[in-house]
Write a protein that binds this ligand. Sequence first.
Ligand SMILES: [Zn+2]
Length: 295
Amino acid sequence: MLLKAFATSSEMARRTSPLATASEERDLRAFRASSVERPALNPNCASERSKQKRRELLASVVTSVLTYGIPVWADALNIQEARRKIAPVYRLSALRVASAFRTVSDDVVCVIAGMLPIRVLAEERKALYRRKGTTTLSPEELKTKERRNSIRRWQASWDTSAKGKWTHRLIPQVDVWLNRSHGEVNYYLTQMISGHGCFRAYLYRYKHDVSPECPSCPGVNEDAEHVFFTCPRFNMTRKDLEDALAQKIQPETLIKAMLSSEAAWLAISAFATEVLQELRRMERKRAEIRQLERR
Ligand SMILES: [Zn+2]
């Protein structure tokens, strides 16, 4: 079974997640052709919720397959070959749950999707297996205790991660994000939180635009922080949001506002959608002009 799981994982990884440059290229091509799966405008509508649930179910099935027999292979995760086979499959399911671009790092996508990093999950399963029968705790108490340990380990690695500085600014506390009582991420919110999306700085970085600059703010890079928090192009949309929230939005307080109520979450989600759809329209126009110029 374990070998079969490995083989299946390896096959899935080969077919669906070649990683690095090839997958980044494919993502950007899909993005340009508007073929990336997009949620309905209202992130709270039934189809959006059911999509999120389906993605979460897929992730939990993948996790079950991958973690079968984990006490045996937890140590093997230190071995490069095992990591090479398992990590891409787990990563792919996290990308699906978060509706994230494939260029988003493992550390970031796990936080956004709310999925324990595979290494932390492996350690947790191993600890549960080893302690079973040697503790006075009930199975439920043991699970809760080990999950708390896992979150602590995850937080420590998140704080020291070289990747995802932007996301860490927005979500510094993993447990606060995980324990939220409402709110689902979608294609637009994930672009806002990951910084990987229809921003010129991002497109330029992957050689899909000729400049990283904001078209309205000379000398300023058009990244997630700029468009959502300072760019004057979106002053009116931002003001509507701030009026609805009765507070100014800042990177350091955005998630706190989203978690304060479901209405605030939906208002910020709608803001992200509106801004990103506008950026996409502008990006498309620039691409058309570039095409005309080449003729
Ligand atoms: Zn600007």
